[in-house]
Design a protein around this ligand. Structure first.
Ligand SMILES: Nc1ncnc2c1ncn2[C@@H]1O[C@H](COP(=O)(O)OP(=O)(O)OP(=O)(O)O)[C@@H](O)[C@H]1O
Ligand SMILES: [Mg+2]
Length: 180
């Protein structure tokens, strides 16, 4: 049984995450999309909301026969991977900046759990600039992020912002005034 975890904050899920899932899942028998419980980071969505969104969107992604699970976790990724008897940790790399961070994490995780390999996939070209943080920033300032995040996620972000879904600018949480 080849089991992998794909850990992240998924706050929120983007099409970049889904691209990594679609391309990496066929390499494994089972994959656990592992949603980090990080309330101290003041996430836009609770960990339960994030898990729910991933669960709702996943069936639309072809995973090549790989069984998909979604689970929240806290603490060290390497420990969670060991608890679940995973043999691999899947991560995506977008740019050099990701590489530096990911290298540190992969080396530390290998030190903690030498038998678990981190498997990296390069970002798809069309999503190589997509991050959850950028999606939230653009959305909150009234920009369009359609095509970069699943429609369901866009809808949930609108609900969080008390938005009318018309694409009109949202309150600027950074300056506290409305931008037009
Ligand atoms: N567009 C993307 N293409 C490829 N990999 C991605 C993409 N977005 C995220 N990833 C990868 O998915 C994993 C989980 O990432 P994470 O949940 O931190 O998303 P993120 O977009 O980096 O969010 P944040 O902006 O909050 O850090 C990481 O390995 C990250 O590099
Ligand atoms: Mg990140």
């Amino acid at each position: 049984m080849r089991r992998a975890i794909f850990p992240g904050s998924f706050d929120p899920l983007t099409n970049g995450h889904l691209d990594i899932i679609r391309r990496s899942a066929p390499l494994f028998d089972e994959m656990i999309v592992s949603v980090l419980n990080n309330p101290e980071k003041n996430p836009m969505f609770t960990v339960d909301e994030r898990c729910e969104m991933v669960r709702e969107v996943l069936p639309s992604v072809g995973t090549g026969g790989c069984s998909m699970l979604v689970e929240a976790f806290s603490g060290l990724t390497a420990h969670f991977a060991r608890e679940r008897e995973a043999t691999a940790i899947v991560r995506g790399i977008r740019a050099v900046s990701d590489y530096e961070y990911e290298l540190r994490m992969a080396l530390m995780n290998r030190r903690l759990e030498p038998t678990i390999e981190t498997v990296f996939l390069m970002a798809g070209e069309e999503y190589s600039y997509v991050s959850s943080t950028l999606m939230k920033q653009v959305f909150e300032l009234g920009g369009r992020v359609n095509g970069l995040i699943p429609e369901l996620v866009e809808k949930k972000m609108g609900e969080k912002n008390g938005d009318d879904q018309s694409g009109s600018p949202r309150t600027d949480k950074y300056s506290g005034r409305s931008r037009r």
